[in-house]
Design a protein around this ligand. Sequence first.
Ligand code: NAD
Length: 218
Amino acid sequence: MIRRKISAAPSVRRLPSYLHVIKQVDTEGSEYISGTVIAGELNLEPIQVRKDLAITGIIGKPKKGYPAKALITAIEHFLGWDEIQDAILVGVGNLGSALMGYPELRSHGLRMVAAFDINPEKIGNPVHGVPVYSVDGMGSTIQDLAVKLALLTVPNTEAQRSADILVGAGITAIWNFTKVKLKVPDEVIVEKEDISSGYAILRVMQQTKKNEKNHGAP
Ligand code: NAD
């Protein structure tokens, strides 16, 4: 089961951009959308799009494509975005505050219920309506709230220490924005986010294009 999930990861990463395109088409009043149209919008191969959409369980009709509304529902259900999930955040700095105010996360069902910091100036001052508590007592607050998901946006030096407290308090999924490879028990899921990876891809693509131009590629 875990192996199947991992092999589906690239498809899962593409689903949000499909959803964006399908929602646009739906708003414009079209009842159906084809895999070819989605692929064209996103510079992908139609076969790839059809394969990715197959994991949601919805089947397209020959010549017509996929019913747009049903496809939106199927993708959101597959992603678990049609359910509210409570989350807490640790480290209310530049990145943490920005994430707390990011409306798209809320529209995906992610509801931030509490945040924690060590800075006395931040504690007690809600950010985007979310209460900010001291890290002292973080474990018991998390247990009281029965939250299972944590966003980690503390400095790298604090990451493992924070993760240990989170795991001890019953957190089973950590969205890790720090650079640290966290050591957690097998049953805890960690997804590491890295803006630098996106920039790395962009930079290499720029260099590849430049080289192609210099070497006269069409
Ligand atoms: P920041 O200094 O603005 O914020 C860090 C916050 O964490 C501060 O409010 C600080 O008081 C608090 N803090 C420190 N120790 C703590 C602890 N033990 N428990 C709770 N709170 C604590 O830093 P930032 O720019 O927001 O970056 C935060 C983290 O995010 C860093 O690890 C950084 O490398 C990472 N980051 C990741 C990405 C990405 O692409 N994933 C992008 C930017 C920053």
